[in-house]
Design a protein around this ligand. Structure first.
Ligand code: HEM
Length: 178
């Protein structure tokens, strides 16, 4: 299982398959991440920082989790700040989860490990349910999203939440019931 590759032919797949046969796949998710690439250049840094500013804007309370978030909100997302690295880590985690979408075991392991690494971060359980909704809204600010892409993210968000809440439960932490 690797990260999303850059060259994908999702457009062809979309053209060839009738609606009812279209599958929600990792490939579709990865394709839609072309507007939120990871890497060391300017666009990746901007993507990560823009997403954190977007998240802190819609959920100002989340700023309290991150040292320096206050100051960061007034900064230009194109310029690297202390959120450049964190932005990349977050995007990288999303790419990895998207790339694992077709492989239930890898998907489960990735998400479960992520939740365990957030053990001491005081994340309200409902945020794991909501997170990919925010992320999709963010992607839509960067370009048009095909309905099949949106459906794939919705499905990923549901699966993500299921694993997240189950992991919280096994850790003996507060979690949301189905
Ligand atoms: C919305 C709820 C979330 C909150 C409040 C939250 C909070 C945090 C905090 C406070 C840190 C430490 C930052 C630092 O060291 O300065 C962190 C690290 C990190 N977060 Fe989150 N997080 C959330 C959701 C997510 C999601 C959904 C992902 C990925 C899909 C993610 C991926 C990461 C990664 C990759 C790191 C770097 C450390 C590691 O790998 O564990 N976070 N998060």
């Amino acid at each position: 299982m690797g990260l999303c590759a850059s060259s994908r032919n999702v457009v062809d797949i979309k053209k060839k398959l009738p609606d009812e046969e279209k599958q929600l796949t990792s490939q579709i998710l990865c394709d839609s991440l072309s507007v939120a690439v990871v890497g060391i250049g300017e666009p990746p840094v901007e993507n990560g920082q823009e997403f954190y500013q977007f998240l802190f804007h819609i959920h100002p309370r989340l700023q309290a989790h991150f040292v320096g978030a206050d100051e960061f909100m007034g900064q230009d997302p194109k310029q690297p700040t202390k959120f450049a690295k964190q932005g990349q880590r977050l995007l990288m985690a999303i790419h990895t989860i998207a790339a694992a979408f077709d492989n239930p075991e890898a998907f489960h392991k990735n998400v479960s490990d992520l939740i365990k690494r957030h053990r001491d971060r005081n994340v309200d359980p409902f945020l794991w349910r909501e997170f990919f909704g925010y992320f999709v809204t963010f992607l839509k600010t960067k370009g048009e999203m095909a309905p099949i892409e949106e459906a794939a993210w919705l499905q990923l968000g549901l699966r993500f939440n299921k694993v997240a809440q189950a992991t919280l439960q096994t850790m003996g932490m507060p979690f949301e019931e189905d």
